[in-house]
Design a protein around this ligand. Sequence first.
Ligand code: AMP
Length: 489
Amino acid sequence: MTQSFSQLSLSPLLERAVAEMGYENMTPIQAQAIPVVLQGRDVMGAAQTGTGKTAAFTLPLLQRMMKHDNASTSPARHPVRALVLLPTRELADQVAEQVKLYAKYTNLRSTVVFGGMDMKPQTAELKKGVEVLVATPGRLLDHIEAKNCVLNQVEYVVLDEADRMLDIGFLPDLQRILSFLPKQRTTLLFSATFSPEIKRLANSYLQDPVTIEVARSNATASTVEQHFYRVDDDDKRGTLKKILQERGIKQAFVFVNSKLGCARLARSLEREGLNTTALHGDKSQDERLKALEAFKSGAVDLLVCTDVAARGLDIKDVPAVFNFDIPFNAEDYVHRIGRTGRAGASGLAVSFVSARDARLMGDLEKLLGKKLELEALELEADKRPAGHFNDGQRVWQQPEEAREQREIRESRGSRPEREARAPSSRPPVRPARAPADPLFDKPYEPTLSADATPSWETAQKPASRLSPNIKPRKKVPALFKSAPVAENG
Ligand code: AMP
């Protein structure tokens, strides 16, 4: 049953702001959380960004703070009453913006503090007095230590994206911050998962919380044609090129899991004559902006990027998205392919699955709630059959290959080995989730004219003066010897 905001009896000042934002009905997390927070209960919420969770905690907190609403200019009349902690500056900024919008007709003040910025303007804001303080943990501690804010009147604390805060290693900072706060308070914790660490955090800091879980919208758009190809690492580049050519794709995003992998792939595609640019966390904002503009203007055809760099990119309706690597976090798959096939347009999402991706594919199947069929792609040199993942053990099965190996071993008289390949060599860590980058806010508008020819259709392999038997000397081989590093790792 849909529930409307009017049923909540919010202050008319808040109702007006909600109406202005065009919202009439509450999202599921709002319908469940708002009444509970209005009652003053602690909440442990399983909800992700995109579910309307910001309003789910902001509106009831503002409502409860309305008793402190006053027009006084004195900072003392505007002590911090609500503290919202988030893992990244982008998320903090996003939440702070929403808080401002919901509070715009009240006298309740809010501000945001996060690292990487001059502390002075933040200090000036804090000194003026704010009721709602949105912050990342590290920078908040800096301000606490500098005595720029007093937290002894905090009544509400929100730990938003708590799993990501723990991933990033913010637990000690969180513990310190919480130790400065009054014990009598309402604490709300939101997390995408309820891992044992999150439960421990909740047990330590929440009192008799109400648990709220909302279904995640992990559905991928039905207009996206999705393919999972079984490709060995060495064949990925060739496969990418083949698909681009055969499908007549004009532009594409290519996602990789590490910064090094991103830079390396972009360079080698460039060497092969494809107009490519890389976008990853080590690039300066200026370089990233230039890369993006080059892609939007059609000067480059392929944007090779990491999840971190692409997270805040509001580029929509890219003709195709390639997952050169299967993402470490299954949710990132949904984010990645959400860039194609929007608004009824058809899109193509191609994922390259290598044998060691069994565990990640398992995570993805779980998240999407369906079995993902692996296809074989006929590359001249590679006519191996498509395999599949054995459900029980999450091991890669290639029936013929396995049988051949067994026969060889048995013919040698060795003990038949039944051990399958290791499911995955990747460590079972969840890398820190990615920050958004609000820098890029324009949707993708291809300026490439319809008959423009992408580089993979015209490019010859650049003429090499070297004999094909001599490999060119790598300039920085040592850099690439180590295993790829997760962007935030
Ligand atoms: P959040 O999960 O808080 O990041 O919200 C995701 C998006 O949903 C934001 O753009 C909100 O402005 C929007 N939103 C929040 N509440 C509602 C609602 N009741 N109806 C429609 N959109 C909403």
